[in-house]
Write a protein that binds this ligand. Structure first.
Ligand SMILES: Cc1ncc(C[n+]2csc(CCOP(=O)(O)OP(=O)(O)O)c2C)c(N)n1
Ligand code: SF4
Ligand SMILES: [Mg+2]
Length: 309
């Protein structure tokens, strides 16, 4: 756990990194681009509790670390619990106004295995920002389906097939609505954005950090091998997810939807977003798959209507 910022010599000046390059994520990883934006927006007076997952594994192979702030690797399930302990210690030392506590993890640790402790942290109204990097599967262990996996996605636990049954379409569970779960806890600040909107991530992080009490930000972070996209396509995939209406960019303050990113008129069809991704390739090959494309388009249309995008 480094306690000093990492300093790198350049030809003209030295630069302090809060999240240094040279980590071991796949080239073009949406998650690590988003994570860099998050810590750059929060600044050096931050302590991070980071759940197990790709972000942790790729940034902290001992004895190296990409982090220029105090950073603790928690178990898969208890980043929120560790963050609660840090916040309590800061309060005890009278430093809680100076230092921000950030808990962060993937969708597997947020939507599924860490949800109980996250719920407790929110219930206790603790002054902790939680960021979920949602790549819609358990990427670090080979792309198993999570509660965040969308309809029709082929994963290693929901593989697409060629038979006539529903199993052939890949995942046939709807994505869990974590935003609604966060709102149901009465959080003052809840937001959703994507790795294709780096400035928006920074803006939302700054706002969330200024609010006293728990805040939740969920960022769609395209995964290169998991989504079977090219290394230069993570940002485009994030933008298309928002523009189609499938993954709206939203901001809630005190339970009210106060900001949303409108979709272009007409909005791009979901096919444009799905066909660039190998995890949905099977849907374009069979009549049954084409029916699923219609169902996914319907999900996007419903979002456009529901959020007035
Ligand atoms: C209790 C427990 N179960 C399973 C694992 C194995 N494991 C480590 S990382 C990981 C996947 C993490 O998925 P996610 O939280 O979505 O993060 P990602 O890797 O996708 O960024 C799994 C299953 C573990 N470390 N601990
Ligand atoms: S597997 Fe996916 S989430 Fe993990 S480092 Fe590679 S691109 Fe990033
Ligand atoms: Mg994941």
């Amino acid at each position: 756990m480094p306690t000093k910022s990492i300093t790198t010599k350049t030809t003209t000046k030295s630069k302090k990194y809060l999240f240094a390059p040279g980590h071991r994520a796949c080239a073009g990883c949406g998650q690590n681009m988003a994570a860099r934006a998050v810590i750059e927006a929060l600044g050096p007076n931050t302590i991070i509790a980071n759940a197990t997952g790709c972000l942790e594994v790729t940034t902290s192979p001992y004895p190296q670390s990409a982090w220029g702030v105090p950073w603790i690797h928690s178990l898969f399930e208890n980043a929120a619990g560790i963050a609660s302990g840090i916040e309590a210690a800061l309060k005890q030392k009278g430093q809680d106004k100076k230092v921000k506590v950030l808990a962060q993890g993937g969708d597997g640790s947020t939507f599924d295995i860490g949800l109980g402790l996250i719920s407790g942290m929110w219930e206790r109204n603790e002054n902790i920002l939680y960021v979920c990097y949602d790549n819609e599967a358990y990427s670090n262990t080979g792309m198993q389906a999570s509660g965040a996996t969308p309809w029709g996605s082929s994963t290693t636990t929901t593989p697409s097939g060629s038979g006539p049954t529903i199993d052939a379409i890949g995942s046939h569970q709807n994505k869990k609505d974590m935003i609604a779960i966060a709102l149901a806890h009465g959080l003052k600040y809840v937001a959703q954005t994507t790795a294709g909107h780096i400035n928006d991530i920074k803006k939302k992080i700054i706002k969330a950090a200024s609010i006293k009490g728990p805040a939740y930000i969920q960022i769609l972070t395209p995964c290169i091998p998991g989504w079977r996209i090219k290394p230069d396509q993570a940002l485009l995939a994030g933008r298309l997810a928002a523009q189609t209406g499938l993954y709206p960019v939203l901001e809630y303050e005190n339970g009210n939807l106060t900001n949303k990113l409108s979709v272009p008129k007409p909005a791009p069809k979901v096919d444009e977003y799905l066909k660039m991704q190998g995890r949905f390739a099977h849907l374009f090959k069979t009549p049954q798959g084409k029916t699923q494309l219609k169902i996914i388009q319907e999900l996007a249309n419903e979002n456009i209507k529901k959020y007035g995008l």
